[in-house]
Ligand binder design. Structure first.
Ligand SMILES: [Zn+2]
Ligand SMILES: [Zn+2]
Length: 251
Protein backbone atom coordinates (compact mmCIF):
# COMPACT_ATOMS: atom_id res chain seq x y z
CA UNK A 1 0.00 0.00 0.00
CA UNK A 2 2.79 2.33 1.00
CA UNK A 3 4.49 1.42 -2.26
CA UNK A 4 1.43 2.28 -4.31
CA UNK A 5 1.16 5.69 -2.66
CA UNK A 6 4.89 6.02 -3.28
CA UNK A 7 4.35 5.60 -7.02
CA UNK A 8 2.29 8.76 -7.18
CA UNK A 9 3.82 10.44 -4.17
CA UNK A 10 1.53 11.34 -1.31
CA UNK A 11 2.46 14.98 -1.66
CA UNK A 12 1.39 14.89 -5.30
CA UNK A 13 -1.96 13.45 -4.33
CA UNK A 14 -2.31 16.09 -1.62
CA UNK A 15 -1.35 18.76 -4.09
CA UNK A 16 -3.92 17.61 -6.64
CA UNK A 17 -6.64 18.08 -4.02
CA UNK A 18 -5.28 21.49 -3.02
CA UNK A 19 -4.92 22.50 -6.67
CA UNK A 20 -8.58 21.79 -7.16
CA UNK A 21 -9.58 24.01 -4.23
CA UNK A 22 -6.95 26.72 -4.81
CA UNK A 23 -5.52 26.63 -8.34
CA UNK A 24 -1.75 27.27 -8.25
CA UNK A 25 -1.96 30.72 -9.76
CA UNK A 26 -1.32 34.02 -8.02
CA UNK A 27 -4.68 35.59 -7.15
CA UNK A 28 -3.31 39.06 -7.85
CA UNK A 29 -1.31 38.75 -11.10
CA UNK A 30 -2.24 35.30 -12.44
CA UNK A 31 1.32 33.95 -12.65
CA UNK A 32 1.80 30.26 -11.83
CA UNK A 33 3.15 29.86 -8.29
CA UNK A 34 4.96 27.03 -6.54
CA UNK A 35 2.95 27.87 -3.43
CA UNK A 36 5.81 27.08 -1.11
CA UNK A 37 5.02 30.18 0.90
CA UNK A 38 1.44 31.26 0.36
CA UNK A 39 -1.31 29.37 -1.42
CA UNK A 40 -2.70 32.55 -2.93
CA UNK A 41 -0.05 35.13 -3.86
CA UNK A 42 3.24 34.86 -5.77
CA UNK A 43 6.39 36.11 -4.08
CA UNK A 44 6.55 39.27 -6.21
CA UNK A 45 2.99 40.26 -5.30
CA UNK A 46 3.60 39.49 -1.64
CA UNK A 47 6.61 41.81 -1.76
CA UNK A 48 4.51 44.51 -3.41
CA UNK A 49 1.73 44.32 -0.82
CA UNK A 50 4.18 44.21 2.08
CA UNK A 51 4.15 47.65 3.75
CA UNK A 52 7.26 49.81 3.92
CA UNK A 53 6.14 51.20 7.32
CA UNK A 54 7.42 49.58 10.49
CA UNK A 55 5.33 51.49 13.06
CA UNK A 56 1.59 51.72 13.42
CA UNK A 57 -0.88 53.89 15.33
CA UNK A 58 -1.98 51.89 18.37
CA UNK A 59 -5.57 53.09 18.04
CA UNK A 60 -6.45 53.11 14.34
CA UNK A 61 -3.80 50.94 12.64
CA UNK A 62 -2.51 53.65 10.28
CA UNK A 63 1.23 53.58 9.52
CA UNK A 64 3.12 56.30 11.40
CA UNK A 65 6.63 57.50 12.25
CA UNK A 66 8.88 55.43 14.52
CA UNK A 67 9.08 58.00 17.33
CA UNK A 68 5.43 59.04 17.33
CA UNK A 69 3.51 58.51 20.57
CA UNK A 70 0.18 57.08 19.46
CA UNK A 71 -1.25 56.16 22.87
CA UNK A 72 -3.84 58.93 22.26
CA UNK A 73 -4.07 58.25 18.54
CA UNK A 74 -2.36 59.73 15.51
CA UNK A 75 -3.07 62.64 13.16
CA UNK A 76 -5.74 60.51 11.43
CA UNK A 77 -7.74 59.46 14.50
CA UNK A 78 -6.99 61.87 17.35
CA UNK A 79 -10.47 63.42 17.19
CA UNK A 80 -12.33 60.13 16.81
CA UNK A 81 -13.80 58.09 19.61
CA UNK A 82 -13.44 54.36 19.08
CA UNK A 83 -14.98 51.60 21.18
CA UNK A 84 -12.29 49.17 20.01
CA UNK A 85 -8.96 48.99 21.81
CA UNK A 86 -6.47 48.84 18.94
CA UNK A 87 -6.33 48.22 15.21
CA UNK A 88 -3.89 46.93 12.62
CA UNK A 89 -3.82 46.89 8.84
CA UNK A 90 -1.61 45.64 6.06
CA UNK A 91 -1.12 49.22 4.88
CA UNK A 92 -2.73 52.38 3.58
CA UNK A 93 -5.73 52.02 1.24
CA UNK A 94 -3.85 53.29 -1.77
CA UNK A 95 -2.20 52.14 -5.00
CA UNK A 96 -2.12 48.40 -5.57
CA UNK A 97 -3.62 47.54 -2.16
CA UNK A 98 -6.61 49.77 -2.93
CA UNK A 99 -7.01 48.11 -6.33
CA UNK A 100 -6.79 44.66 -4.68
CA UNK A 101 -9.41 45.55 -2.03
CA UNK A 102 -11.74 46.77 -4.78
CA UNK A 103 -11.25 43.55 -6.78
CA UNK A 104 -11.73 41.63 -3.53
CA UNK A 105 -15.29 42.97 -3.30
CA UNK A 106 -16.16 41.21 -6.53
CA UNK A 107 -17.52 37.69 -6.66
CA UNK A 108 -14.18 36.32 -7.94
CA UNK A 109 -12.14 38.13 -5.27
CA UNK A 110 -12.08 35.51 -2.50
CA UNK A 111 -8.59 34.11 -3.24
CA UNK A 112 -7.15 37.61 -3.41
CA UNK A 113 -8.67 38.54 -0.02
CA UNK A 114 -7.41 35.27 1.43
CA UNK A 115 -3.89 36.06 0.18
CA UNK A 116 -4.00 39.55 1.71
CA UNK A 117 -5.33 38.17 5.03
CA UNK A 118 -2.53 35.59 5.15
CA UNK A 119 0.02 38.34 4.51
CA UNK A 120 -1.60 40.59 7.14
CA UNK A 121 -1.10 37.95 9.85
CA UNK A 122 2.52 37.53 8.79
CA UNK A 123 3.31 41.27 8.58
CA UNK A 124 1.62 42.08 11.91
CA UNK A 125 2.83 38.88 13.60
CA UNK A 126 3.86 40.62 16.83
CA UNK A 127 0.50 42.33 17.29
CA UNK A 128 -1.44 39.14 16.50
CA UNK A 129 0.77 37.12 18.88
CA UNK A 130 0.00 39.54 21.73
CA UNK A 131 -3.80 39.26 21.25
CA UNK A 132 -5.74 36.98 23.54
CA UNK A 133 -8.94 36.79 21.54
CA UNK A 134 -11.51 34.12 22.19
CA UNK A 135 -13.38 34.74 18.92
CA UNK A 136 -12.87 36.24 15.46
CA UNK A 137 -15.96 38.11 14.22
CA UNK A 138 -16.40 39.58 10.72
CA UNK A 139 -18.17 42.92 10.23
CA UNK A 140 -21.60 41.67 9.11
CA UNK A 141 -23.70 42.61 6.09
CA UNK A 142 -27.45 42.99 6.02
CA UNK A 143 -29.22 39.77 4.98
CA UNK A 144 -30.59 41.42 1.82
CA UNK A 145 -27.02 41.85 0.55
CA UNK A 146 -26.30 38.19 1.25
CA UNK A 147 -29.24 37.46 -1.03
CA UNK A 148 -27.50 39.01 -4.00
CA UNK A 149 -24.13 37.38 -3.54
CA UNK A 150 -22.65 34.76 -1.26
CA UNK A 151 -19.26 36.44 -1.52
CA UNK A 152 -18.53 38.39 1.66
CA UNK A 153 -15.40 40.64 1.66
CA UNK A 154 -15.25 40.72 5.50
CA UNK A 155 -15.99 37.02 6.11
CA UNK A 156 -13.25 35.75 3.77
CA UNK A 157 -10.34 37.51 5.55
CA UNK A 158 -11.95 36.78 8.96
CA UNK A 159 -12.02 33.07 8.17
CA UNK A 160 -8.38 33.04 7.10
CA UNK A 161 -7.20 35.12 10.07
CA UNK A 162 -9.12 32.78 12.43
CA UNK A 163 -7.54 29.72 10.81
CA UNK A 164 -4.05 31.20 11.04
CA UNK A 165 -4.50 32.16 14.71
CA UNK A 166 -6.33 29.00 15.71
CA UNK A 167 -9.14 31.12 17.18
CA UNK A 168 -12.79 30.24 16.67
CA UNK A 169 -14.66 32.10 13.93
CA UNK A 170 -18.05 33.38 15.10
CA UNK A 171 -19.71 34.68 11.97
CA UNK A 172 -23.29 34.39 13.14
CA UNK A 173 -23.40 36.34 16.43
CA UNK A 174 -23.01 39.94 15.30
CA UNK A 175 -25.74 40.84 12.81
CA UNK A 176 -26.61 43.92 10.81
CA UNK A 177 -30.29 44.53 11.50
CA UNK A 178 -30.70 47.77 9.58
CA UNK A 179 -30.27 48.14 5.84
CA UNK A 180 -28.17 51.26 5.32
CA UNK A 181 -27.00 53.20 2.26
CA UNK A 182 -23.28 53.04 1.40
CA UNK A 183 -21.13 55.01 3.84
CA UNK A 184 -18.79 56.33 1.16
CA UNK A 185 -20.84 59.35 0.06
CA UNK A 186 -21.78 60.44 3.60
CA UNK A 187 -20.21 62.94 6.02
CA UNK A 188 -18.90 61.71 9.38
CA UNK A 189 -22.08 62.87 11.19
CA UNK A 190 -24.28 61.24 8.56
CA UNK A 191 -22.24 58.03 8.81
CA UNK A 192 -22.85 57.90 12.56
CA UNK A 193 -26.59 58.51 12.13
CA UNK A 194 -26.72 56.01 9.26
CA UNK A 195 -25.32 53.22 11.40
CA UNK A 196 -27.08 54.06 14.65
CA UNK A 197 -28.70 50.86 15.93
CA UNK A 198 -27.57 48.99 12.81
CA UNK A 199 -25.74 46.16 14.62
CA UNK A 200 -26.97 43.69 17.21
CA UNK A 201 -25.52 40.67 18.95
CA UNK A 202 -27.72 37.59 18.88
CA UNK A 203 -27.23 34.52 21.05
CA UNK A 204 -24.12 36.24 22.34
CA UNK A 205 -23.66 34.07 25.42
CA UNK A 206 -20.75 32.41 23.65
CA UNK A 207 -19.00 35.79 23.45
CA UNK A 208 -19.69 37.07 26.99
CA UNK A 209 -16.55 37.84 28.98
CA UNK A 210 -14.35 37.01 26.00
CA UNK A 211 -12.25 39.22 23.82
CA UNK A 212 -13.10 39.66 20.13
CA UNK A 213 -11.00 40.30 17.05
CA UNK A 214 -13.27 42.14 14.61
CA UNK A 215 -12.26 41.81 10.95
CA UNK A 216 -13.18 43.92 7.92
CA UNK A 217 -11.60 44.55 4.53
CA UNK A 218 -11.14 48.34 4.86
CA UNK A 219 -11.29 50.79 7.78
CA UNK A 220 -11.84 54.39 6.69
CA UNK A 221 -13.47 56.63 9.32
CA UNK A 222 -13.84 53.73 11.73
CA UNK A 223 -17.57 54.39 12.19
CA UNK A 224 -18.61 50.87 11.16
CA UNK A 225 -16.04 49.09 13.33
CA UNK A 226 -16.84 51.49 16.21
CA UNK A 227 -20.56 50.68 16.02
CA UNK A 228 -19.88 46.94 15.78
CA UNK A 229 -17.53 47.17 18.78
CA UNK A 230 -20.14 49.06 20.80
CA UNK A 231 -22.73 46.35 20.12
CA UNK A 232 -20.25 43.62 21.11
CA UNK A 233 -19.23 45.42 24.33
CA UNK A 234 -22.88 46.06 25.23
CA UNK A 235 -23.48 42.30 24.87
CA UNK A 236 -20.80 41.53 27.47
CA UNK A 237 -17.62 41.22 25.40
CA UNK A 238 -14.69 42.48 27.48
CA UNK A 239 -12.56 43.94 24.68
CA UNK A 240 -12.61 44.39 20.92
CA UNK A 241 -9.62 44.85 18.60
CA UNK A 242 -9.78 45.37 14.86
CA UNK A 243 -7.83 43.84 11.99
CA UNK A 244 -8.35 45.15 8.45
CA UNK A 245 -6.60 44.64 5.15
CA UNK A 246 -6.29 48.37 4.46
CA UNK A 247 -6.54 51.62 6.41
CA UNK A 248 -8.13 54.44 4.41
CA UNK A 249 -6.66 57.81 5.40
CA UNK A 250 -7.42 61.23 3.98
CA UNK A 251 -10.45 59.94 2.06
ZN1 LIG B 1 1.44 37.71 -8.31
ZN1 LIG C 1 -4.47 56.64 14.51
Amino acid sequence: MTKRWGMFGLSTTGRLVTDFVHPPYCAACGVRTDRSDSPFLCEDCQAEFRPTATHWCERCGAPCGPYQDTSNGCVHCRNDRFAFGSARSLGVYDGRLRQACRLGKEESGAALLAGLATLLVEVQAEWFAAGEWTAVVPVPRHWTRRWWTRHDPALVPARHVAERLGVRLRADRLVKVKRTPSQTSLSTTERRRNLSGAFEVRGGRALVGGSVLLVDDVLTTGTTTHRCSRALLAAGVSRVDVAVLARGVGL
